[in-house]
Write a protein that binds this ligand. Structure first.
Ligand code: FES
Length: 286
């Protein structure tokens, strides 16, 4: 005896209708941008990742319409584009907030306070992982290591760094974002909206004044590893650049990576714990 799919409780569902196309004016604008991106690659399909950022910059997330557009521009199937768009977490599949607040809860940040920050923000904002506040401003997410472990715990807003956070500083940060108050990342370019960030990630220049010059790099403690890998000697000891200078040492000129953001916590997490001097560090005398 055979049973039908409905008897087995399996819904075969209806095939989804084709994704709608962009309106003509939007399509024309995106096509011009897409051709510019595609021209940078010897093989057009290599442009898929930036094109997904481009369509994300249009709607704030990667829609079926956006994936259809990418497929048409690159001569791929929508299944191929979907496979890539659903693999990488930087592509959002649902409407989201103006500001993506990503709390690093990878191992080091987690133990240095990232888990506590995430819990605090979850409770304070009333949203869970991947959810957006009612005002459409903030989407809260767990994120993986952003190679800024020497500033742990790290919060990223639209992929800009907010170093050495605490539950209190992170709560103030999201309050300011929601209230529209100015917010300054610890290093790198000034903050912009998620759509603007997506366009920059698609490979278009950041045309805001001073944005390109606003530098940022790995912290000195990270660079010690690079020095060792190059066969150079490591400093005998590291000191905290934001702390008091050693007696007799010249005044410390902070690099862009050492600038305080408007929301840096007062180093009462890692760096102030003498048993675990894991905060941003500089070579003695720098
Ligand atoms: S573990 Fe958080 S930046 Fe590396």
């Amino acid at each position: 005896m055979t049973t039908s799919s409905s008897e087995r409780g399996v819904s075969l569902g209806m095939p989804e209708p084709p994704a709608p196309a962009y309106p003509d004016d939007v399509r024309a604008r995106l096509e011009a941008d897409a051709r510019e991106v595609i021209a940078r690659y010897p093989d057009s399909r290599s442009a898929l990742l930036p094109l997904l950022h481009l369509v994300q910059s249009e709607e704030g997330h990667v829609t079926r319409t956006g994936m259809r557009f990418c497929a048409e521009m690159l001569g791929l199937t929508t299944a191929e584009v979907t496979a890539v768009a659903t693999f990488y977490t930087m592509y959002r599949r649902r409407p989201s907030g103006d500001y993506q607040v990503g709390v690093c809860t990878n191992t080091l940040c987690a133990v240095m306070g990232g888990d506590a920050i995430f819990e605090e923000l979850q409770e304070h904002l009333g949203v869970g992982n991947g959810e957006t506040t009612d005002d459409g401003k903030v989407t809260l997410e767990h994120i993986e290591c952003n190679a800024a472990c020497d500033y742990a715990p790290v919060v990223m807003v639209n992929w800009e760094f907010f170093d050495n956070q605490t539950p209190d500083s992170a709560r103030r940060l999201v309050d300011d974002l929601r209230a529209g108050r100015p917010v300054t990342p610890t290093r790198g370019a000034p903050l912009c909206t998620f759509k603007e960030t997506a366009r920059i990630l698609a490979g278009f220049p950041d045309e805001r004044e001073g944005a390109v010059e606003a530098g940022g790099s790995a912290g000195p403690a990270s660079l010690v590893g690079l020095k060792l890998a190059k066969g150079e000697s490591a400093p005998a000891r590291v000191v905290h650049p934001r702390g008091a200078a050693s007696a007799g040492a010249p005044p410390h000129e902070p690099s862009p990576a050492e600038h305080l953001s408007s929301h840096d916590a007062p180093q009462d997490t890692s760096a102030s714990d003498p048993a675990h001097p894991a905060g941003p560090a500089a070579e003695e005398g720098e």
